[in-house]
Write a protein of this length. Structure first.
Length: 362
């Protein structure tokens, strides 16, 4: 069975979406809903070569997500196809309502589809308002029937509370299990806060009834500063699909273009001590092992559900890969190496801050 070598957070800079969810953190940003398609500088074949297993060191976990509905990004299926051909495993984030593109993807060879999982964003209120609930459910089943994987994730919000019984009934009927829950965060605040008007104990009581291990893990790390040594930047990268610019995660302390000259090796450099107040998307970064042995919780387990009939949301080969961790395929640094990285990164941050101050004065 394959083991994860690297985690690639592949961002699609596209702001087209057919939904307008009130809890979407992207709406807190000025660039949302501009209707702009990505301007790719490199072809799907070139990008797959840039992400070759030889260059990455082995099979990678790709999370592919746009700043809108990912299936609406032009040619996105072509990029996914080439990455699957390279032997990688892909989690594709989508509201699963753009059926024509989905059908093209599900027509691929089953050997490729075994490595493809759809993170199906279950935006219940928007689906209900737009009369797309049945289309969403039908498309989830099309994914499973084609041999790919699908997991259903819902973002809990206060406006959804009156519909909880309806959501549960619909989910058990169509998905064989309740949806997993994410956490709505308020990016409009200076800190990191839950997007709710409820007292936190009431928030927990209401949404805890979904018994979502995904939600439980996100709750456990939410607003928690990480002080352990993190290998993001070495074992993980965040990459812009349109340009090829990459950083260690969402921090982008060190930037490089990994598409421009694919004959050159990628510079893998660990972030070490993260300067951020909170591990964004820690449900993936931490369960997949950017901080080795941080948790026994496995990514595949918090994405999966066992249906009432005994079948599972995730295909077995993909679930096994999702449950592997980065430390299984990578070398941990010695304590001396870790100290050197911390010192170098601290010096880099000071120099970067000094340059910014000088630039502002000019």
């Amino acid at each position: 069975m394959d083991k994860i070598k690297r985690l690639i957070l592949l961002a699609v800079p596209m702001s087209v979406c057919n939904f307008r969810c009130n809890y979407c953190y992207l709406t807190h940003r000025g660039e949302c809903y501009q209707g702009k398609q990505p301007k790719y500088k490199y072809s799907p074949v070139h990008v797959a070569k840039a992400f070759s297993q030889r260059r990455l060191g082995g099979p990678a976990f790709f999370n592919i997500c746009a700043d809108g509905e990912t299936l609406l990004a032009k040619d996105i299926d072509k990029y996914v196809y080439e990455l699957l051909k390279e032997g990688h495993y892909i989690e594709f984030v989508s509201n699963l309502t753009i059926t024509p593109v989905l059908k093209r993807m599900l027509a691929w060879d089953k050997g490729l589809l075994k490595h493809l999982s759809f993170k199906c964003s279950f935006h219940f209120l928007q689906l209900k308002e737009k009369k797309l609930l049945q289309i969403f459910a039908d498309n989830v089943h099309k994914v499973w029937e084609a041999g790919a994987s699908a997991n259903i994730e819902m973002t809990p919000c206060d406006e959804m509370i009156p519909y909880i019984d309806e959501i549960k009934k619909f989910s058990m009927c169509h998905f064989g299990a309740l949806p997993h829950l994410s956490i709505a965060r308020n990016d409009g605040t200076a800190g990191i806060e839950y997007l709710t008007q409820l007292p936190i104990d009431e928030y927990d009581r209401i949404w805890g009834q979904f018994d979502s291990n995904f939600w439980k893990f996100k709750k456990a790390i939410f607003k928690e500063k990480r002080t352990e040594f993190c290998y993001a930047g070495d074992w993980a990268l965040q990459v812009d699909l349109a340009s090829g610019f990459a950083g260690e995660c969402y921090r982008h302390r060190f930037s490089q273009n990994i598409f421009k000259n694919i004959e050159r090796p990628i510079r893998f450099r660990a972030v070490g001590l993260c300067p951020e107040p909170h591990c964004y998307n820690g449900h993936a970064l931490l369960t997949l092992g950017c901080i080795p042995n941080f948790t026994n919780v496995k990514y595949g387990d918090i994405r999966n559900r066992v249906k009432e009939d005994g079948s599972e949301w995730l295909q077995s080969e993909l679930k096994s890969f999702f449950n592997s961790t980065l430390v299984e395929s990578n070398r941990e640094y010695s304590e001396k190496e870790k100290q050197i990285i911390k010192i170098k990164n601290s010096v880099f941050d000071v120099m970067k801050l000094s340059v910014k101050k000088v630039t502002r004065r000019k």
